[in-house]
Design a protein around this ligand. Structure first.
Ligand code: IMP
Ligand code: MG
Length: 422
């Protein structure tokens, strides 16, 4: 399989969890490189549903090494409960999970500040997951964050935490929020630190040993291209680089060691949280929600839905260098009579065949649509390209062509077996 970076080519929730799980079969090592427990990767194995937030989906397969890289922000309490949850259902988490020493730690004051800033923004709020992701990355960039290596060093941790709590309590008070108790935070974080100590290591040298051995490494992206801090619809984005470059900086594996980029996208578009979504449509949202689809894995929020936006996905191919496409949720369109695909934007007289950087302009843009006849046949039982209805194949070929990448996987449901290699 070689070294593969997998990214979301839309606004997150493209079905990366499932595709990663499928591709992991051929990988030796699976690495998370950015984001935190704002992510929610859903994997179905048989009837069993697993939702992972921080731990790479590779953990569900035997004999895979899973790594939480330096680019991730780790909520240690969340990580402990995720490990415990997996162990409770019989998944082995011992000797197969490694956490970077230099990954930054998320604290309760990050979560509280995340919530307070959203309140302050009022109607301009981002619609964050309130997991403290933005403030944690903020501390990292400001060089005032604590890292896993600090968390597992009892003496150093106590000292650094005391300073951090003191400073952040002043800020919380200014927001009119309740200050935190040093004693309480220290106790829970010290316990989590003790629990996590055996997992914490130098993941850069670990990954380089894997590279030298010729292991196949899968870099598991979280969120999606348009939530990228640089390339997304700023400020309605998350605080990390969700595009393929983030896999390098977030792991310490260099660009020339990467072999391939896979982009995951839905056969339509969804977004959770605020910010522009040019193809948003109440019609398709109502239909998908009525089918019980498109509710967030992390926050349970109903996702906003729209038609496939090829202006966006072509942009995603450009900034990620996407080679191959995995199209998911095809079965979600099984009942649609006429399927629309956005092939351009219009803002008054001005036409765009690329995504404007100004979110105010993007929010004003009207999509220009091409129409495709729906196949109106269930696809969830299809197990090969030939078993897909001809109109469905035409649609998939068209969106891949518009996205300027090669169709690689067509996914017709959440199960491992509902995966068609094209
Ligand atoms: P944050 O990452 O919690 O700061 O949220 C920033 C924006 O990214 C919000 O619009 C969230 O809804 C969105 N977001 C964050 N993580 C995910 C994800 O895993 N899937 C989809 N949207 C996400
Ligand atoms: Mg998700």
């Amino acid at each position: 399989m070689a070294n593969t970076i997998l990214v979301g080519a839309q606004w997150g929730d493209e079905g990366k969890g499932k595709i990663i799980d499928v591709l992991t079969e051929q990988a030796d090592v699976v690495v998370r490189t950015q984001g935190g427990n704002n992510a929610g990767h859903t994997v179905f194995i048989g009837q069993k549903k697993y939702v992972l937030h921080l731990i790479p989906s590779g953990i569900l397969r035997k004999k895979k090494t899973c790594v939480i890289g330096n680019g991730v922000v780790v909520d240690p309490i969340g990580l402990v409960s995720e490990i415990e949850g997996l162990r409770k259902i019989g998944v082995k988490v011992n000797g197969n999970l490694f956490v970077s020493e230099t990954a930054h730690v998320v604290f309760p004051y990050h979560r509280e500040l995340d919530a307070q800033r959203e309140v302050l923004k009022g109607k301009n709020k981002i619609g964050t997951t309130k997991r403290g992701i933005g403030p944690a990355y903020g501390d990292k960039a400001a060089r005032v964050g604590l890292r896993m290596i600090d968390l597992i060093n009892a003496e150093r941790f106590e000292q650094k935490l005391a300073t951090k709590i003191k400073e952040n309590n002043e800020v919380l008070k200014a927001f009119g929020a309740k200050p935190l108790s040093f004693k309480e935070v220290h106790k829970t974080y010290r316990e989590a630190g003790n629990y996590l100590r055996p997992f914490v290591t130098n993941t850069v040298t670990l990954l380089h040993q894997a590279v030298r051995r010729g292991d196949d490494i899968l870099f598991e992206g979280a969120q999606g291209t348009f939530l990228d801090i640089d390339h997304g619809t700023y400020p309605y984005v998350t605080s990390s680089n969700t595009t393929s470059g983030g896999a390098c900086t977030g792991s310490g594996v260099a660009p020339n060691r990467m072999d391939r980029v896979v982009g995951v996208l839905k056969a339509y578009t969804t977004r959770v949280g605020e910010g522009p979504l040019p193809t948003e449509s109440a019609e398709i949202a109502d239909m998908l929600h009525a089918m019980g689809r498109e509710f967030g894995a992390t926050t349970g929020r109903a996702r906003r839905c729209g038609w496939f936006d090829s202006v966006a996905t072509r942009h995603a191919t450009m900034v990620n260098g996407i080679d191959d496409l995995a199209v998911t949720n095809i079965d979600g369109l099984d009942t649609v009579e006429t399927i629309k695909v956005c092939i351009g934007y219009r803002d008054g007289k001005k036409k765009y065949d690329y995504m404007p950087n100004d979110v105010e302009v993007l929010a004003r843009c009207e999509p220009v649509y091409a129409e495709f006849p729906g196949w109106r046949t269930p696809t969830d039982k299809a197990r090969s390209w030939k078993q897909l209805p001809p109109k469905c194949r035409e649609y998939l070929k068209a969106i891949a062509e518009l996205t300027e990448a090669k169709l690689f996987i067509a996914s017709v449901g959440p199960g491992r077996e509902q995966t068609i290699f094209v």
